[in-house]
Design a protein around this ligand. Structure first.
Ligand SMILES: [Zn+2]
Length: 146
């Protein structure tokens, strides 16, 4: 898998124009070129958001989702998956970015959600989502009170 900055393919001004027309229309997309997977990311996004997008696209590849369906938006092609495949890719992506064991050790040394986001270059929203949905915060609190 190769990660490519979209600004190396189209002028940054066009990416900014697309963003203006429809915010968050393009975050990242996976293309298959001669059996190689190319993940194109939007440089307008911050580092944490880009990492979420890359993990999401990588998850589509790991889960072997069908990459064939392409739609067009403002003249640019976009691949879309079935809604349940999007959910799967988002769930696996979060797990890849912040595995539960990593969250447990971070929580044990008292790292806050903000500190976790900062240390692992993810968005605060992603860190909070994983921290809450994995039950790590509760687990650590329970062990402390014993
Ligand atoms: Zn997707």
């Amino acid at each position: 898998m190769t990660i490519v900055d979209a600004a190396t393919l189209v002028p940054l001004a066009e990416l900014e124009e697309l963003e203006r027309i429809q915010a968050y229309a393009f975050s990242a997309a996976t293309f298959e070129v001669r059996e190689r997977k190319i993940v194109v990311v939007n440089p307008i996004r911050g580092r944490g958001r880009q990492n979420s997008d890359i993990a999401h696209e990588l998850s589509h590849i790991i889960l072997e989702h069908d990459l064939s369906e392409v739609r067009e938006l403002a003249g640019m092609p976009f691949r879309t998956c079935k809604p349940e495949e999007e959910e799967e890719a988002t769930a696996l992506g979060g797990t890849l970015l912040l595995p539960r064991d990593l969250l447990v050790s971070a929580a044990r040394r008292g790292a806050s959600v903000d500190a976790i986001a900062d240390q692992y270059s993810v968005t605060v929203e992603m860190a909070r989502f994983r921290y809450n949905t994995t039950g790590v915060g509760k687990q650590v609190a329970m062990n402390r009170s014993r």
